[in-house]
Write a protein that binds this ligand. Structure first.
Ligand code: FE2
Length: 158
């Protein structure tokens, strides 16, 4: 089995760590800004996402130290559109999640056929993040329509 390019793998893992930490902050921040009838389940969902992002950040960080490298203390980009409506919050989250998904795909490209454990990790995360993006996409659809939300480019435009 070919060796992994440790430096390249750690660089991607650090980007993943930063992006997941940004997710913790973003979901927590948004969870303060939900008002109206749907508040309770939506706040619970956002906090659950913050918790999941934290677990993902911890997994990426553990991999970095497993590889004998130093984990980044930086945090990924944080957008705040200053909008309180749920659709904007979800659209922003979906955009960020798609960015994270790209990083996991990048990780997979670096480790595929070179490290069973890291490949397993990358594939598992791609699976998790794709299901997550699909769930957010469903939340953004109009009730009564099964087509994917137009911004994902997977379904017909509205
Ligand atoms: Fe994640």
């Amino acid at each position: 089995m070919a060796e992994i390019d440790k430096e390249a793998v750690v660089a991607v893992l650090n980007k993943i760590l930063e992006s997941e930490l940004a997710g913790v902050v973003r979901y927590t921040h948004y969870s303060f800004l939900v008002f109206g009838f749907g508040r309770i389940p939506i706040v619970a969902w956002l906090r659950q996402q913050a918790g999941e992002s934290l677990v993902h950040a911890q997994q990426a960080g553990e991999w970095i130290t497993t590889l004998g490298a130093y984990p980044s203390l930086a945090i990924g980009p944080l957008l705040d559109s200053h909008t309180f409506d749920i659709a904007s919050i979800l659209r922003e989250s979906l955009e960020a999640e798609n960015g994270a998904l790209e990083l996991y795909r990048e990780l997979l490209a670096h480790v595929e056929g070179r490290s069973v454990a890291l490949e397993e990790f990358a594939r598992q995360m791609i699976h998790t993040e794709e299901l997550h993006a699909g769930e957010v996409d469903k939340m953004l659809r109009r009730p009564g329509s099964a087509a994917t939300a137009p911004h994902r480019g997977m379904g017909p435009a509205e």
